[in-house]
Design a binder for this molecule. Structure first.
Ligand SMILES: [Cu+2]
Length: 486
């Protein structure tokens, strides 16, 4: 009988050790489960262009660092940042300097739990509300526990089995050896059968349905916005997806005067407010406002409430402007464009048409644009080569995560690009080329594009240099392909 006591004692000891390991392991190993999420976002807040880099706390709560980088021609001053639950008034706001341009400033916001949050960015007039979802740390998968417990039991059993006092009892030693073998086998099997890619919760905008506000009014969200003037042109609103954008201006839109352009997003089938936009290419909405003279404003409106976005606009000339909102909804991932139009009053200023391919002077640079063999239905390479004072420009900065952007507007029914003619196709192409050794781009920016139809096209090449966006307009005549195009 006494012979059996030793293995029993050992088994009890092993069970106790295993339970100790179970209790001790979670605290020591909890940090491995949740990856760190970083979100980059462009905000055109009032007169300022800001880049935000948000690092979500890996535990789903705690410190949330936000880096604010002013770009463009931002006036000196500061903005107030805070982290609040959706719709709540900003509290414990932190002031962040937004000058000089190109100088990043980091603030650390505090969050007290996972779930939906908003980072508020206030400039004294408008309160931008950036939605962000903090994912709770993922529970430790079962196979990880199997590895931990199996390995621990195996190693402890082996060590005990090899001690001199146990080795003198063959049955105990054999029993412990079997235990060690089983433990190691369990661990090895768990590793071999573990999922190849652990599932990672992806932060997405909150998707709670929000009832649409009554037409014509916007109560509550806008931080001091005055009553808006409807300027959307009836019959001009179309969408390539499920989101309809309605535009209005806070004050009547007059050429040469800044006004706040307000956008309301609704679902085309249900009419409900759309508030589930996902960040794509560093923005919730990429807004192209194209004027009657072929001018382009590429803007990133700020969200001030569910489905409600605001951006400052100074239209240069009177006339009807096409408004193109590019976005993606969380979940479906599809890229879509909602287009609408606004009317701007004031003295008519005839705009000079953009030159065709060739060399032109833009922002102190000589830009040579080449569009060889522009034929409908065939891939074309569009190249813009940047020089300054006889030297190649190689200090172009990445913008929205890439070297350059190309926006296009195809011919309308009258054969020329018309931003308010739904027949005028809108496009947006990226240069995905790698950066140079110093992290900058140039002198050559290239785009691959297939013009869908022949006729006159308006192109805009956009790059960033010295924290300023440089826009190069180009007029391109596309020849008909050999096969008839629809
Ligand atoms: Cu954009």
């Amino acid at each position: 009988m006494t012979v059996l006591h030793a293995p029993r004692r050992t088994a009890v000891l092993l069970a106790l050790l295993g339970m100790l390991a179970l209790l001790a392991a979670p605290g020591a190993l909890a940090h491995e489960s949740t990856p760190t999420g970083v979100t980059r976002l462009e905000l055109d807040l009032g007169a300022r262009q800001l880049s935000l880099t948000i690092t979500a706390p890996p535990e789903g709560q705690g410190r949330m660092p936000v880096v604010v980088l002013p770009r463009g021609e931002a006036p000196p001053g500061e903005v107030q940042l805070a982290a609040v639950r959706p719709g709540a008034a900003p509290t414990d706001a932190v002031a962040v300097p937004v000058a000089p341009v190109g100088q990043p400033h980091e603030v650390v916001l505090a969050t007290d739990g996972p779930g939906a949050w908003e980072i508020t960015v206030a400039d004294g007039t408008t309160v931008a509300r950036v939605p962000i979802v903090l994912a709770a740390p993922a529970p430790t998968p079962g196979w990880v526990w199997a590895v931990r417990v199996g390995a621990l039991v195996g190693v402890v059993a082996l060590v005990v089995a090899l001690t001199p006092s146990v080795r003198q009892r063959p049955r105990a030693a054999v029993t412990l050896g079997v235990v060690a073998l089983v433990g190691v086998t369990v661990a090895a099997t768990a590793i071999a059968t573990a999922p190849a890619t652990p599932t990672t919760p992806t932060p997405a905008a909150a998707q709670a349905p929000v009832p649409a506000p009554p037409a014509g009014g916007h109560a509550g969200h806008g931080g001091g916005t005055t009553a808006a003037t409807p300027t959307t042109v009836p019959g001009m609103t179309t969408t390539s997806g499920s989101v309809v954008a309605t535009a209005r201006t806070a004050t009547p839109a007059v050429a040469g005067a800044p006004t706040d352009l307000e956008l309301d997003l609704t679902d085309s089938s249900t009419g409900a407010v759309v508030d589930d936009l996902a960040v794509h290419d560093d923005a919730l909405i990429h807004l192209a406002v194209i004027g009657p003279g072929g001018t382009l404003d590429h803007l990133h409106p700020v969200r001030t409430g569910p489905g409600h976005y605001v951006v400052r606009l100074t239209p240069g000339a009177a006339g009807r402007y096409g408004v193109f909102a590019e976005m993606e909804r969380a979940g479906d991932g599809g890229h879509q464009v909602a287009r609408t139009a606004i009317d701007v009053t004031g003295p008519a200023t005839p705009a000079a048409p953009a030159p065709g391919p060739g060399v032109r002077e833009v922002a102190g640079m000589q830009v040579d644009v080449a569009v060889p063999d522009a034929v409908a239905g065939r891939p074309t390479t569009i190249t813009a080569t940047f020089g300054s004072g006889g030297r190649q420009v190689t200090d172009l900065q990445g913008w929205l995560g890439m070297a350059g952007h190309l926006m296009l507007l195809g011919p309308g029914l009258d054969g020329t690009p018309d931003p308010v003619d739904p027949a005028s196709a809108f496009g947006h192409v990226h240069d995905m080329g790698p950066a140079g050794p110093s992290g900058t781009y140039g002198p050559r920016i290239t785009f691959e594009h297939t013009f869908p139809s022949p006729g006159r096209h308006q192109l805009w090449v956009q790059v960033q240099r010295d924290w300023q966006i440089v826009t190069v307009p180009v007029t391109v005549d596309v020849a008909p392909g050999s096969a008839p195009t629809p």
